[in-house]
Design a protein. Structure first.
Lengths: 162, 296
């Protein structure tokens, strides 16, 4: 008699346990997806831009430390009512002074080179640029002036937009 | 059950609110009710908070800025009384006072209706600002019903306001749009404060983890809460009758809206605990977990 009851009891509890297991279900999925999407909305950073930023950071930081380039992690995280950019860099080895100086020098040289290229390129690209601008203006006319204003006020009107 | 709020309402009714002690004209609070996403309950919220504030003895005017899609008149049962609209006011076919439609029951409550035949461009931000400024002199509260979206209609509705109530439901798309609206409101200097109103909460779905909870939404949006309104079929019947649900003393949604009005006035009212499981299953569960000792 007693056995039947314990049996029944276990079955019932088992049933409830099963339903409770679903805690990682709809609600959690919704919350997590929303957090990611809102962070992108708030910062105007799409996954593509994040990847680009990650690559640029790897390039920059490699001058100073030797690191696992694939393992550099860059994430947007909610910190209270602020969005934080979390960067985790697995350092393999510290570079010595010489190596750092060399890397810095190399990047200086590269910069100069690209600046030269830039200035020569500019003249040719200018005409294209202004044409593009005109096209932009036309499409923007449909937007309200207010909307543009608030857009400009947003935190990072990233140059990448253009 | 409602003896406590009623007492407060009665005492508020005795206060002379139209002029302050020095006899100066008063300056009302302009609150815009907005959401981004359509259909989340802005207009319902407007009608109910407006009615509740008026029942609490406040002088209230509601402005419907949803030109071309007017609804507020229907929710209040005033659709047959509208002679002039906000467009008639700005195009100077009538005085502002002439366009204010008095509520059937409550003389403290008025509506400035939207034009049904015109588009959003018929009224400008400046004009709305002016209307709000003028109304501030005669009313305690000016509630502005905002159209959906973030375009000109939104900009117009927000123009004259210094406070905002952001309405959302516990659904991803509504929360996302609310976040966008909050971003826009934060960029507006004139908006001094905004509060979140969570509508259509379904405790049963929250309990089974099928829906985001109030805490989830508040945490994700990191905004202050002004009210939690349960999903309530009574809202549909009350809309059909043209009678806001706050007038139904037995309705839970009505009570939730009355509480919002009290919080707006400045009272400290605890939130209704909608998420307490009162279903049969919930009780059974509680019983068994009681037997088991402390089970998660
Ligand atoms: N708490 C609620 N419970 C049930 N139905 C609701 C609730 N709030 C709003 N509704 C319904 O949702 C619909 C949209 O509401 P409405 O106030 O017109 O939204 P909005 O003004 O944001 O477009 C209406 O049919 C209304 O009756
Ligand atoms: Mg509406």
């Amino acid at each position: 008699m007693n056995e039947i009851f314990t049996n029944l009891y276990n079955k019932v509890i088992g049933f409830f346990r099963q339903t409770e297991k679903q805690e990682t279900s709809a609600k959690d999925v919704a919350c997590n997806r929303l957090r990611v999407v809102l962070m992108q909305d708030r910062t105007n950073l799409t996954p593509e831009l994040m990847e680009r930023m990650r690559k640029e950071l790897v390039e920059l930081l490699s001058k100073y430390v030797e690191m696992d380039k694939e393992a550099l992690e860059l994430n947007l995280e909610q910190d209270g009512d602020q969005v934080a950019l979390m960067l985790s860099i697995p350092v393999i080895r510290a570079k010595d002074e010489e190596e750092i100086q060399k890397a810095l020098q190399e990047s200086e040289e590269e910069k100069e080179k690209s600046e030269e290229e830039d200035s020569s390129e500019k003249e040719t690209s200018e005409t294209v640029d202004s044409e593009e601008n005109n096209a932009n203006k036309d499409s923007e006319k449909e937007e309200s002036p207010q909307e543009k204003e608030t857009d400009a006020k947003e935190e990072n009107p990233s140059e990448d937009k253009k | 059950m409602l003896s406590y709020p009623q007492k407060i309402l009665d005492s508020l009714n005795k206060i002379n609110y139209t002029t302050n002690i020095k006899g100066e004209t008063m300056s009302g609070r302009v609150i815009v009710i907005t959401s981004g996403k359509g259909g989340v309950g802005k207009t319902t919220t407007n009608a109910n908070i407006g009615t509740a504030l008026a029942r609490a003895g406040k002088k209230v005017v509601m402005i419907d800025t949803d030109l071309g899609l007017r609804n507020l008149d229907l929710l209040l049962g005033l659709e047959n009384r509208i002679v002039y609209t906000i467009v008639d006011v700005v195009e100077e076919r009538c005085k502002l006072k002439q366009a204010l439609v008095k509520d059937k029951k409550n003389p403290n409550l008025c509506l400035l209706a939207a034009a049904q035949t015109r588009d959003k461009s018929a009224v400008t931000e400046e004009q709305l600002k002016d209307i709000c400024e003028t109304l501030k002199k005669d009313f305690d509260f000016i509630l502005v019903d905002c159209p959906a979206g973030i375009e000109q209609g939104f900009q117009n509705a927000v123009a004259g306001a210094s406070e905002a109530i952001v309405v959302t439901t516990p659904e991803m798309s509504a929360v996302r749009d609310a976040d966008r609206i909050i971003g826009l409101l934060e960029a507006k200097e004139e908006i001094k404060s905004y509060k979140l109103l969570l509508n259509r909460v379904r405790p049963n779905l929250v309990k089974t983890n099928d829906m985001m909870s109030v805490d989830d939404v508040v945490e994700i949006l990191s905004a202050d809460l002004i009210g939690i309104i349960p999903e309530d079929t009574g809202i549909i019947t009350s809309t059909n009758k043209g009678e806001p649900i706050v007038n139904d003393d037995k309705s839970l949604a009505g009570k939730a809206y009355r509480n919002v009005a009290r919080r707006i006035i400045g009272e400290d009212v605890p939130f209704l605990n909608l998420e307490e499981d009162t279903s049969v299953m919930g009780k059974v569960k509680k019983f068994f977990s009681g037997l088991m000792g402390k089970e998660k």
